[in-house]
Write a new protein. Structure first.
Length: 153
């Protein structure tokens, strides 16, 4: 057997071993997923019927961040969904209008991972028209887990 054949055979084995090892690492590597790192309901006093901005931050690698939706809930009731991340919005947010007084658990979920903030909402002034909130169907694709939170008093 010539020296060239032996060298080529050893190079071929080395390339095959490297390819097999790379394939195993690729299969075993965990896939990064987007997740919510924090939620903040802006304000200090919350009143039924008033609008509040809810900000949240999403952490993910660039390969998954643009493909995830954010799901918004109030005491486990779906408020809707939106983009998990937008380059135009340095801090993504949505508007929330509480319909009932009491404790509200505001939850944002992205990629099956959730964060919540609990706020206490006070009743609106007498004569204020009631707020009607309907549950949205936008959370049907959400895989996050949500508690029911506390109901208003």
């Amino acid at each position: 057997m010539s020296t060239n054949s032996t060298v080529r055979r050893r190079i071929g084995w080395g390339v095959s071993a490297l390819a097999a090892t790379s394939a195993m690492v690729a299969v075993a590597a965990p896939q990064a997923a987007a997740g919510v790192t924090w939620v903040d309901v802006l304000g200090t006093t919350y009143t039924v019927g008033s609008e509040y901005t809810v900000q949240y931050m999403v952490e993910a690698d660039l390969g998954t961040i643009f493909n995830n939706r954010a799901y918004f809930r109030d005491n486990g009731v779906c408020l809707g969904s939106g983009t998990g991340y937008s380059p135009a919005a340095k801090v993504p947010s949505f508007t929330w209008t509480p319909a009932t007084p009491g404790s509200h658990v505001i939850t944002v979920s992205v990629g099956g991972k959730s964060k919540s903030e609990t706020v206490t909402v006070v009743a609106a002034a007498p004569g204020t028209p009631p707020v009607q909130v309907q549950e949205s169907d936008d959370c049907a694709g959400d895989t996050g887990s949500f508690g029911s939170g506390s109901s208003g008093s």
